[in-house]
Design a protein around this ligand. Structure first.
Ligand code: 26Q
Length: 831
């Protein structure tokens, strides 16, 4: 039986081509033959937006009719990447449009390359939010993403003389064809000033905010297209504008100063994304950004609810807020404020609603990433929010005293460890845990560490709130769009059900035992490696051999992720090859890609080290091209898609216990790379799914790491003294091997490992401790790859075992166990 095509998804090719020609003419006064690739990109995007807008309106109508419960995913970051290709994929129109463009004389890849990445995020946390929006729309759940329309997203990285240089990312330069400005939903957000308390006629306290500065929050909506189901949800990002345009006559009124200040406030607030990943920077402007988008989003959520309901006390039946880490946590106090001050609810009524509305996801156990704001700043910037948080804290302390009465002798210790405000600081994680109904970690191991170590006291008090939601990724972007060759191969073998149900990909298992399938798979991998080699040649000017093993570590640069371990091992291999010119060695290309936070010294120096090692090794003719090192400039979502598809080895080598989950690990697996990793984050579950024989695992366990940390019993100097190979590599950091012009250049990296010069912990991330075990694992990788049948089998089995790691599964678990949303199906379109 042939399936009846859903007429809502029929793509009208003639209409599209007409529309592109028409758009080129009206937008640029040109004929298509004279238009640039950028102009075609614009014209095509507007043509696609037309198609999307129809579905968008139908979806929102259906939501009005069915009134489903919805999630507001509150996040400072949405790392969306490019929209055009992804929208075409989800409209099931990619191949149609590729052919149409071809008929018009254009290559779709060239057109897609004209689009800047929407890089409104740092790394994993921001990309997770983007994958979640894709899954929510595809599964038919009503959802809003709420965030900030940063004028400048994640900086562009240039490498000059081996060093990272940050260049502003002016992503809106040519406009954003897919966004829609919605001035009718503008909100006002207030900062500073003071709170006056009056009694109303019933003797009730009224809190009046006075002497504040205000900013207008204006939303821009971006469509989130579900895969093949006609659903279009909304990512709503807020821009800031001054409340009133700067008027000269305000000078006469004497508030000239205030008018200038309000204009500056608006200009500054959404200027730029903070480029820190897993690191808290206690900047005043960052707190302003947080309250700005949260106040606007919560105001709008409440206003929208009240347009169709009459009792705000049932808000939580239709709305849930998911807080993406603690960054949006002021939402709990803002909701309390609106419920009490604007809708007149009592404290208890407001608390009940807030508690049933807010849920919090934790993404890290790294203590330097925990948000703690000085109380003074909080009080000055957000006077009413401060009062509310103070009252939440007061009541929570009473609860602690009730649970741990004085006679237990631990009351004060519990208060010290658990209070929301303590020692002059507001602890956002504590606020999020206390005020919400759910706390989740992002991989099983991570959640266990939260429960048993980091958040142990809270788990003891609120065990029912804690749950795990192992992260996932969308296969639509990271296989269907990123790797069309493999996607088609998979579909030819098992049908296309995997696109919306990744558990079906397990049907590929049998292909692992089929010699022909293995050959086809390795051919596809090879072609993807050729594609990446071409990208590297064009963008970095380095020649790499697609027949070598592509060993890849791409992710933010952070000491806990241990790019330094990787490059030290490369230095070790180079020594080995130089010492033993005749040795068997399978050619290997080590590929890195990483942005370092602008102020993170050791991270930036590690980039310089990688590039310096690359310089020496890549130019050493004597090693016959056996080793290559490449640092891919400006790693981002769009080139990640090319990189994952071409990878053989997935480096997931964080110090055990430090990487909450990781999501790159899943993207590599889906594309048939083999994990070389520690038992950290979601690696544990990847190995569980694929089997230990199809991954290479090394290093300390998280329990061992935590034990060393608690006893302070690790001394890297012993390893340095005992192991000549390690000693030699470390000495090469400071003997000019990789820095002939300045032997001291890498001294701080050397010191961070051995700590000969300060009182800091030496080798905090156990690089020397894990070095031998890593080198052995790398040797296993080589042996493994040399047995090409065995390797191909393992690679296919990785793809086949990746079903668990779809964000569709993650979202379904959020829905079933936290949010309890209703699904919505669109009715068939009437012609
Ligand atoms: C905080 C305060 C001030 C400025 C910046 C920040 C800030 C910004 C971004 C703190 C943390 C982040 C990002 C954290 C992050 O990306 N965490 C990653 O989240 C992924 C998704 O759950 C996990 O897979 C990764 O393991 C985790 O590192």
């Amino acid at each position: 039986m042939t399936k009846k095509p859903d007429e809502t998804l029929q793509f009208d090719r003639e209409l599209f081509k007409r529309s592109v020609r028409y758009n080129v003419k009206t937008m640029f006064r040109k004929n298509i033959e004279d238009a640039s690739s950028q102009e075609i990109f614009q014209a095509a995007s507007y043509a696609i937006k037309d198609v999307i807008v129809d579905n968008w309106m139908r979806t929102q109508k259906e939501y009005e009719k069915k009134d489903p419960k919805m999630v507001y995913y509150m996040s400072m970051e949405f790392l969306m990447g490019r929209a055009l290709g992804n929208n075409l994929i989800n409209l099931k129109a990619y191949k149609d449009v590729a052919e149409c463009l071809d008929e018009l004389g254009m290559d779709i890849n060239v057109i897609e390359d004209e689009e800047p990445d929407a890089a409104l995020g740092n790394g994993g946390l921001g990309r997770l939010a983007a994958c979640f929006l894709d899954s929510l729309a595809t599964l038919g759940y009503g959802a809003y993403g709420c965030g900030i329309r940063y004028k400048y997203g994640m900086f562009k990285q240039q490498i000059r003389d081996g060093y990272q240089v940050e260049v502003p990312d002016n992503w809106l330069e040519n406009g954003n064809p897919f966004e829609l400005r919605r001035p009718e939903y503008t909100k006002e957000v207030k900062f500073g000033g003071y709170i006056n308390v009056y009694k109303d006629e019933n003797g009730k306290d009224v809190f009046k905010h006075e002497g504040y500065q205000a900013v207008r929050a204006v939303p821009f909506d971006i469509p989130i297209v579900g895969y093949g189901n006609g659903i279009v949800n909304t990512l709503r990002i807020w821009d800031a504008e001054p409340v009133e345009c700067f008027q000269l006559d305000s000078f006469d009124k004497g508030d000239y100063q205030k008018a200038v200040e309000q204009e500056n406030l608006a200009r500054n607030i959404v200027e730029v994304l903070y480029p820190n990943d897993n690191h808290y920077a206690g900047k005043e402007l960052r707190l302003k950004q947080q309250y700005f988008f949260i106040s606007a989003s919560v105001q709008e959520a409440v206003a929208k609810y009240m347009r169709t309901h009459d009792d705000i006390r049932n808000f939580h039946e239709k709305v849930t807020f998911q807080l993406n880490d603690t960054h949006p946590t002021v939402a709990v106090a803002e909701l309390m404020r609106i419920l009490m001050d604007e809708y007149g609810l009592s404290w208890d009524e407001a608390w009940d609603v807030t508690n049933k509305t807010c849920a919090y996801t934790n993404h890290t156990i790294m203590s330097e990433a925990l948000e703690k704001w000085p109380i003074e700043l909080f009080q000055r910037m957000l006077p009413r929010i401060y009062q509310i948080v103070e009252e939440i804290n007061r009541r929570f302390i009473i609860e602690i005293e009730r649970k741990y009465p004085r006679e237990t002798g631990i009351t004060d210790e519990k208060i010290r460890k658990m209070a929301i405000m303590y020692d002059g600081q507001v602890k956002m994680a504590h606020l999020a845990i206390v005020a919400g109904y759910s706390v989740n970690g992002v991989a099983r191991l991570h959640t266990e560490i939260l429960k048993n170590q980091e958040l142990r006291d809270f788990y003891e008090m609120f065990p029912e709130k804690f749950n795990n939601k192992t992260n996932g990724i969308t296969q639509r972007r990271f296989l269907l769009h990123a790797n069309p060759l493999l996607a088609d191969w998979v579909t030819d073998r098992i049908g296309d059900g995997w696109i919306t149900d990744l558990s079906k990909i397990s049907k590929l298992k049998s292909a692992a035992d089929d010699a022909n399938a293995r050959k086809e798979f390795m051919d596809i991998k090879y072609r993807n490696k050729v594609r990446l080699a071409k990208y590297i040649k064009e963008n970095n000017g380095v020649d790499v051999d697609p027949n070598s093993i592509f060993d890849v570590q791409v992710k933010r640069l952070h000491e806990y992720k241990r790019q330094l371990l990787n490059i030290l091992h490369v230095m070790y291999l180079y020594n080995l090859i130089k010492d033993n010119p005749g040795m068997q060695f399978y050619p290997r290309t080590f590929i890195f890609g990483a942005k370092a936070a602008a102020g993170y010294k050791n991270a930036k120096l590690t980039i310089k080290l990688i590039n310096s090692v690359a310089d020496v090794i890549n130019n050493d003719k004597s090693i016959g091209g056996k080793l290559k090192v490449v640092f891919i400039e400006n790693y981002r979502v769009s080139n990640a898609e090319i990189i994952f598809a071409a990878s053989d080895v997935s480096e997931q080598i964080s110090t055990a216990s430090k990487e909450a989950s990781g999501t790159g690990n899943m993207k590599f697996m889906l594309n048939g790379a083999i994990t070389l990793g520690t038992m950290d984050g979601a690696n544990v579950e990847i190995v569980e799914e694929v089997g230990a024989e199809n991954a290479v695992i090394f290093g300390l366990s998280s329990d061992e790491v935590i034990a060393y940390e608690n006893n302070h019993s690790y001394n890297p100097m012993e390893i340095y003294n005992a192991d000549p190979d390690i000693r030699r590599v470390l000495n090469q950091l400071v003997d000019g091997t990789y820095s002939p012009d300045d032997h001291e250049r890498f001294r701080t990296l050397f010191n961070s490992l051995l700590n000969t010069e300060s009182t800091d912990v030496a080798d905090r991330y156990f690089i020397l401790k894990d070095f031998r075990s890593y080198a052995y694992a790398q040797k296993q990788i080589e042996n493994f790859y040399t047995d090409s049948n065995r390797w191909a089998k393992a690679a296919i089995l990785n793809v086949a075992a990746s079903g668990k790691f779809t964000s569709d599964r993650t979202i379904q678990q959020y829905v079933d166990e936290i949010w309890h949303l209703d699904t919505v199906k669109l009715p068939k379109k009437k012609q």
